[in-house]
Design a protein around this ligand. Structure first.
Ligand SMILES: Nc1ncnc2c1ncn2[C@@H]1O[C@H](COP(=O)(O)OP(=O)(O)O)[C@@H](O)[C@H]1O
Ligand SMILES: N[C@@H](CCOP(=O)(O)O)C(=O)O
Length: 310
């Protein structure tokens, strides 16, 4: 049993999963963060101003730390976890993955790092049920991953600096579980071929760093058409974003946020796209915000100091 350790902080990034056809297998890390300060305490405790999240061991961050301890068969000392998050909850930006990964990393650090990256990814993917968000969150950049009984097999790619990300983040929440319930159980062969050819091209685009290929691949028939009724304006954005300078657009994760990818080297595209997204929001009486973000390339990080050190 570890009786004492110096306080430390963990930072885990948001992520946008799927990018269209990469359903449950492609994730992109983004520069919004969940930070957790980790200290020894008399009893398990979570301190946070996040609305509606538990303040005991059932909290997603604490549960992540306990998962790490269970995996190595060792007890975890009682912790005080002070959790802050820039990642809006239940908007398709991987807040639950960031909470889980931050907790797993916290537990692993307290126990002296017995778990390596592969084990963390296997554990996190098993818990989330898919490796896309947790892969990007752990590793940063873009992650392409598959998961089977042997574990997660992944490729992580860097992302060129000219990749621009613009996100429409609606004010309303959509639980991932709810947005998975609307998906069909079976698909036609034509839809399967469409899906695998576009997902393969998407992966090739990330590995080669070719934004044009990524944009061409960002078309989906597996989940976006079925989730569209839950997200006002989604179809208008998917149909119109390219005409306003985006290389491609996709529902971010399970939604309701919508991601547009564009080339930062092209003048005024960000302004054109922002105006287009604002117009779609007005047309659909949708409240929310448009966020210009960058790709996080660091993944989960630990600092032996306060969260301000990040
Ligand atoms: N930092 C956090 N601390 C505790 N629980 C969290 C945290 N972030 C997310 N969660 C939990 O995850 C839920 C959202 O998960 P989910 O529906 O998968 O959406 P998403 O991961 O896309 O934000 C929240 O309602 C909350 O219960
Ligand atoms: N592949 C998953 C991704 C869910 O991402 P989230 O950020 O909405 O939790 C899905 O599409 O269901």
């Amino acid at each position: 049993m570890i009786s004492d350790f110096a306080p430390f902080s963990v930072r885990a990034p948001a992520s946008s999963a799927n990018l269209g056809p990469g359903f449950d297998c492609v994730g992109l890390a983004l520069d919004l963060y969940t930070t957790v300060q980790v200290e020894r305490a008399a009893r398990p405790e979570v301190v946070t101003d996040l609305p509606g999240v538990p303040l005991d061991e059932s909290n997603a961050v604490y549960a992540g730390a306990l998962l790490a301890a269970r995996a190595v068969g060792r007890p975890l000392p009682p912790l005080r976890l002070t959790v802050r998050s820039q990642v809006p909850l239940a908007r398709g930006l991987g807040s639950s993955a960031a909470a889980l990964v931050a907790g797993l990393q916290a537990g692993n650090t307290v126990l002296g790092e017995p778990l390596g990256m592969q084990e963390l990814l296997d554990l996190a993917s098993g818990e989330e049920g898919h490796p896309d968000n947790v892969g990007a969150c752990l590793l940063g950049g873009a992650v392409i991953a598959t998961m089977n009984r042997e574990g997660v097999r992944f490729v992580r790619t860097g992302v060129p600096a000219h990749f621009g990300v613009l996100l429409l983040v609606p004010e309303f929440e959509l639980r991932t579980s709810e947005a998975r319930r609307v998906l069909p159980v079976n698909y036609s062969r034509a839809d399967a071929v469409h899906a695998l050819s576009h997902a393969a091209l998407l992966a090739a685009g990330f590995v080669s760093g070719d934004l044009g290929v990524i944009g061409a691949a960002m078309r989906d028939r597996l989940h976006e058409p079925f989730r569209a009724p839950l997200v006002p304006g989604l179809l208008d954005i998917l149909e119109g974003a390219r005409d306003h300078g985006a290389v491609g657009a996709a529902l971010s994760g399970a939604g309701p946020s919508v991601l547009c990818l564009y080339d930062r080297r092209e003048a005024r595209v960000q302004a054109r796209l922002t105006a287009f997204l604002a117009r779609v929001m007005r047309q659909h009486e949708l409240t929310g915000k448009v966020l210009p973000l960058s790709v996080d390339v660091d993944g989960v990080q630990v600092r032996t100091s306060s969260p301000q050190a990040f």
